[in-house]
Design a protein around this ligand. Structure first.
Ligand code: GLN
Length: 191
């Protein structure tokens, strides 16, 4: 059975857990370094990247996470995508694993939240309804990074670089489990 961890220090980890469990995936909430042992993959949820980073560092989890994401499939959603980025505009990176540059809160104060229907490369069954909440934009992606989805205006909102996946939006907040199934396949295949 595939076991996927959900980083559970801050943010909407419970929603990710229930989508994964609905897919029959075994889920571990990751709060301590030893919870990373034996996982086939990890989801870093949305929330506040500064808070996730601070709490993880305080719990001695930041260094083990840095190691983990270099070896094992990891998916960052929203704040989680910020955690994975090698470059964050105006800030020091956290896990610095993916060749992407992100801009936090890129959609401005008055448009804090919106939805969009996205064509996602590799997902069958039509567009994915995506929820954006104080979302980052992926301003640029390196040559080894595949762009999986863009907004109508061309801005990048989903990318994959080998074992790593990052989305600006929150697939755990809609009833459509396709992206979680996609990531569970990534984890299974890497095992
Ligand atoms: N604005 C948050 C950050 O910068 C991300 C928002 C989210 O995860 N929904 O970390």
């Amino acid at each position: 059975m595939t076991t996927i961890g959900v980083l559970a220090v801050q943010g909407d980890f419970a929603e990710h857990r229930s989508v994964l469990q609905g897919l029959g995936v075994n889920v571990v909430e990751v709060r301590k370094p030893e919870h990373l042992d034996g996982l086939d993959g990890l989801i870093i949820p949305g929330g506040e990247s500064t808070a996730i980073s601070r709490v993880a560092r305080a719990g001695g989890l930041l260094e083990p996470l840095r190691q983990f994401v270099r070896e094992t499939p990891t998916w960052g959603t929203c704040a989680g995508a910020i955690m994975l980025a090698k470059e964050i505009e105006g800030e020091t990176p956290h896990l610095a694993a993916m060749d992407i540059r992100v801009v936090r809160n890129a959609f401005g104060a008055q448009i804090d939240s919106f939805t969009a229907d996205l064509d996602v490369a590799g997902l069958e069954g039509g567009p994915l309804h995506a929820v954006f909440i104080r979302a980052p934009i992926i301003a640029s992606a390196g040559p080894g990074v595949d762009v999986l989805a863009r907004l109508d205006d061309g801005r990048i909102v989903a990318v994959r670089q080998g074992r790593l996946l990052a989305t600006s939006f929150h697939p755990e907040l809609t009833p459509d489990p396709r992206l979680h199934a996609y990531f569970a396949d990534m984890a299974r295949q890497a095992r």
